[in-house]
Ligand binder design. Structure first.
Ligand SMILES: [Zn+2]
Length: 77
């Protein structure tokens, strides 16, 4: 089993079994635990609705990407 130290909660846990189906999925799998990824999934839905983001618009997709990096405390790749 692959274990990772999560960049958000700091705990060492089992990694997600598969990379999430997003940009940089393998990078996220290596840095974020399943629980924190789930938390981001819920937060991203909230943000998209709250801010009225349209992910087909590159600027909006980039904005959400930035929120994700901050939410998950992702290291700079
Ligand atoms: Zn975590």
């Amino acid at each position: 089993m692959l274990t990772i130290t999560c960049s958000r909660c700091g705990e060492t846990k089992e990694a997600m079994p598969y990379p999430p189906f997003v940009r940089q999925g393998a990078f996220i799998q290596a840095h974020v635990c399943p629980d924190c990824w789930q938390a981001w999934m819920e937060e991203s839905v909230r943000l998209i609705n709250h801010l009225g983001l349209n992910l087909m618009v590159p600027a909006d997709a980039q904005r959400l990407q930035q929120y994700m990096r901050e939410f998950l405390h992702l290291p700079t790749s």
